[in-house]
Design a binder for this molecule. Structure first.
Ligand code: NAG
Ligand code: NAG
Ligand code: NAG
Ligand code: NAG
Ligand code: NAG
Ligand code: NAG
Ligand code: NAG
Ligand code: CU
Length: 578
């Protein structure tokens, strides 16, 4: 496949800029800013505004209704960059931020959110009407719909891609049912994030800025752990990559890799500037003590392998939405798109008085280019000299949810990932199980059950698979032998049993890192491998059934979380049955 060539093309984008006018290229290409022109670590790391999804009435927490809008506005991503037109979430246009406000919710207390679309008629980024896309019947604006990633909620509040709506709800997708979403917060405490999920527009709506963090807290369960807490020492870092033009606008290539088939769609978006909480390569001054960082990877396609340049370590306490059973110390970790890692960093252990959080993951991961000077750095921590009393701790034992038992699985499914290429060997689209999104639902798990899913990656890229509603544990990852032979058979029959998968799933066993052995909602499906996961369609913290009707319409979805893949159309319906 031409992926290396494709990647080098994108990589050479920066050098093209310099001599842009000499090359016969479109204005867009000429104007891409060379990221080395932006000074690193000059902007302070912002903390996003907080919205509380509950209120105390006579000392008792009660549910609350929030109104959150989506606005077009300008955002300063860097001191040296002109303001960038963006789409941002917020309670008003002036208060809207990139990322949006962090929503704080309490376990057991419902939060209601009315998501309001105030976006203009025209998108700020190029999109592609030839992939399955939400297109309003008349010009009523940019379609949007919000998904709470990691949320265990009713289907009608899950942000189904076809439940999109435009400005003032003037036009609505086929599965739209109501304006106000109900988030039950009945699940285990942890880290979630909200983002747009409109059919075929997810990648551009997120690139434009429609993302934000959502935290569910459960004090009785979490307080005894003694982890660093409070706004100063417990922080959310939302990380993504973007490219900019010299006028500050977000650059996205408007020419597809198969322009005669899809005028705009490209298989992966990569930006050269690394943005944390809305600032490119920011800095944060920290005290010599422990901090908790909830790190959300909101990139379209970039993987990050984070490490500290001075060897400082990370102590992992949670992964995606759930606490780990035990804390795990690592020197680095790989974060796939939309994965969340929750770590404690003890700056009192630092031998230097500043440290850079860096990244060395190739892109696309794992077959692509190495990082460069710009995208290899994430942010800087300036560490104050004064040592201070730190009463927070990181216990070895965190929260143990009942073990997922393989023997309890009610059935086994195969989920094969396919990429289809054009005669110039460029990807045209990707499907799960060889089926487009619109094909009738095939994954219909029974509520309360656990299933084994064998995810077979027959493509060259690492696909982070995300399942709505269900959580899963990764059992093992095994490389396929004689991949091409197996792939040929699968391409013809699309049936893992008939293609005798057991004959091929005999390669190297890949060790699942300790910090990813807990309950997850996204996992990186290695290329040329079978990943076996145990998916649970019930709560993990209790045996009670869902506190809502999970079998209702329009159901759920599961998809690749490389947004460019999800949009075209590595996504399938998931319908829970009783
Ligand atoms: C757009 O079309 C929908 C249905 O096709 C209709 O309900 C709505 O009123 C129209 N909106 C405008 C602004 O014309
Ligand atoms: C945009 O994509 C097209 C098609 O893949 C490619 O030919 C062109 O070089 C790309 N532009 C830039 C600036 O990378
Ligand atoms: C972030 O997510 C993107 C896509 O989902 C992925 O490609 C990238 O590797 C991830 N980065 C990190 C640091 O996890
Ligand atoms: C810490 O102390 C060293 C040596 O006294 C000094 O050079 C450095 O600037 C101080 N760092 C901070 C962040 O104050
Ligand atoms: C993966 O692990 C399960 C249980 O641990 C085992 O039954 C299965 O055979 C393993 N799969 C492969 C491909 O090794
Ligand atoms: C759910 O029930 C199983 C079997 O009775 C038990 O092993 C498990 O601990 C229970 N889980 C919770 C969270 O109570
Ligand atoms: C990098 C890698 O191993 N890619 C493989 C993914 O799977 C396909 C098909 O199974 C292989 O052709 C690739 O080589
Ligand atoms: Cu993918």
């Amino acid at each position: 496949m031409a992926s290396m060539a494709r990647r080098s093309l994108m990589f050479s984008m920066v050098s093209v800029t310099v001599i842009g006018f000499l090359i016969n290229s479109s204005w867009a290409e000429e104007e891409i800013i060379n990221p080395s022109k932006l000074r690193m670590f000059v902007d302070e790391l912002p903390d996003m505004p907080k919205l509380y999804g509950f209120e105390f009435v006579d000392g008792v927490p009660k549910s609350k209704s929030l109104q959150i809008g989506m606005f077009k506005k300008k955002w300063k991503f860097h001191k040296d960059l002109p303001p960038t037109p963006v789409f941002a979430y917020g309670v008003s246009r002036s208060k809207a931020t990139i990322p949006g406000p962090t929503i704080e919710a309490l376990h057991g207390v419902d939060t209601y959110v009315t998501w309001k679309n105030h976006l203009p008629l025209k998108h700020i980024l190029p999109w592609d009407p030839t992939i399955p896309t939400a297109i309003p019947s008349n010009k009523t604006g940019v379609p949007t719909v919000v998904h709470l990633h990691g949320g265990i909620d009713e289907p009608a509040s899950d942000g189904n891609s076809n439940s999109w709506f435009t400005r003032k709800f003037r036009d609505k997708g086929p599965t739209w049912s109501h304006k106000t979403y109900r988030y039950r917060n009945h699940q285990h405490p942890g880290n979630l994030w909200y983002h747009d999920h409109a059919m075929g527009l997810t990648r551009v709506n997120l690139l434009a800025g429609l993302i934000g963090a959502y935290i569910i807290r459960h004090h009785e369960v979490e307080a005894p752990l003694g982890l660093p807490n409070g706004d100063e020492f417990d922080r959310t870092l939302l990380v993504f990559d973007r490219s900019f033009r010299k006028d500050g606008s977000i650059y996205m290539n408007s020419t597809g890799n198969n322009p005669s088939i899809h005028p705009q769609w490209q298989p992966e978006y990569f930006g050269d500037a690394i943005i944390v909480n809305g600032k490119a390569w920011p800095r944060l001054t920290v005290r010599r003590r422990k901090y908790r960082f909830r790190i959300i990877n909101a990139s379209n396609a970039r993987f990050f392998r984070f490490f500290f340049t001075n060897g400082l370590r990370f102590t992992h306490v949670a992964s995606d939405s759930a606490y780990l059973k035990r804390s795990v110390v690592t020197k680095d970790f790989l974060l796939g798109p939309s994965e969340i890692t929750d770590v404690v960093v003890d700056f009192s252990q630092s031998k230097s008085d500043s440290v850079i959080l860096a990244n060395d993951a190739t892109y696309p991961y794992p077959s692509g280019d190495p990082v460069n000077e710009a995208n290899g750095k994430v942010m800087k921590f300036v560490i104050l000299n004064h040592t201070e009393l730190d009463t927070s701790r990181v216990p070895k034992k965190l929260i143990q949810y009942p073990k997922a038992k393989l023997s309890s699985a009610s059935r086994t499914r195969y989920i094969a990932m396919y990429e289809y290429t054009s005669d110039v060997d460029e990807p045209i689209h990707l499907y799960l199980n060889g089926k487009p999104y619109e094909a009738p639902v095939t994954e219909t798990p029974k509520e309360g059950t656990t299933e084994v899913w064998n995810v077979i990656n027959l493509t060259e890229d690492n696909h982070p698979l995300h399942i709505h509603l269900g959580l899963f544990v990764v059992l093992n990852q095994t490389e396929l032998v004689n991949v091409e032979e197996f792939k040929d058979c699968m391409t013809k029959l699309n049936d893992a049993d008939k293609c005798r998968i057991s004959k091929y799933a005999r390669g190297k066993r890949i060790v699942v890192p300790a910090h990813e052995k807990g309950w997850k909602n996204v996992f990186k499906m290695r290329p040329g491998s079978v990943t076996q996961i145990l998916v649970r369609f019930s709560y993990i913290h209790s045996n009670s059934s869902y506190v809502f009707d999970a079998t209702a319409d329009p159901g759920y979805v599961y998809h690749c979380h490389i947004l460019d893949h999800e949009d075209n159309a590595m996504m399938r319906p998931l319908k829970i049955i009783s």
